[in-house]
Design a protein around this ligand. Structure first.
Ligand code: ITT
Length: 184
């Protein structure tokens, strides 16, 4: 039997989303907050790989680190890897203001995940594309969920349950890929 995996994040929503996918694979997870170093890089995969190695050296038990960002076409990919900072500073309304005149509302969420277990690293990325809504809708989720409508649906992520969001989400796709690699 595999040991419990530590999800290295301080974001409870992210933890709940990953936990739901882990349960599909019969894996037990726990939340390990405060251990994720924010490494500055333009590349999400580079950020998670380094954060994961540092967390693994510190905890010395199986861990998952995930890093994500929202890439908006009309803003040339902004905020991308800086999504966390941009969310905390200009927030959803700031993004909507920047998008005021934009006719192209296409955007993608991207996620990079690294799982480190028994000195082996499994990593994968996931993406979901869709549109930036003209105003926020829904009370669920976190971050930019109220303004993101995935392709194939008319609701924002904030109007969906975790289960519904996980059918589309960048994070669920990347986490599933990593578990597939683990069980290959
Ligand atoms: P940890 O670093 O502790 O894991 P975090 O919330 O800071 O938690 P990220 O750095 O991966 O997580 O996320 C960057 C930001 O991108 C996040 O704060 C959100 O604003 C946004 N974001 C990422 N994934 C999202 C999602 O699924 N839904 C909505 N916004 C998301």
């Amino acid at each position: 039997m595999l040991p419990r995996i530590c999800i290295v994040t301080s974001n409870e929503h992210k933890f709940s989303e990953i936990k739901e996918v882990a349960l599909e694979y019969g894996l037990e997870v726990e939340m390990c907050p405060g251990l994720k170093l924010e490494i500055q890089s333009d590349d999400l995969a580079d950020i998670v790989f380094k954060s994961a190695l540092i967390a693994y050296m510190y905890l010395n038990k199986p861990i998952i680190v995930e890093d994500a960002g929202l890439f908006i076409d009309a803003l040339n990919g902004f905020p991308g890897p800086y999504s966390s900072y941009v969310y905390r500073t200009i927030g959803i309304n700031g993004i909507l203001k920047l998008m005021n005149d934009a006719s192209n509302r296409r955007a993608c969420f991207r996620s990079a995940v690294a799982l480190v277990i028994n000195n082996r690293v499994f990593s994968a990325t996931g993406e979901v594309c869709g549109e930036i809504a003209t105003k926020p809708r829904g009370a669920g989720g976190f971050g930019f969920d109220p303004i993101f409508v995935p392709e194939g649906d008319s609701r924002t992520f904030a109007e969906m349950s975790i289960h519904e969001k996980n059918k589309y989400s960048h994070r669920a796709k990347a986490v599933r890929k990593v578990f597939e690699l683990l069980f290959k």
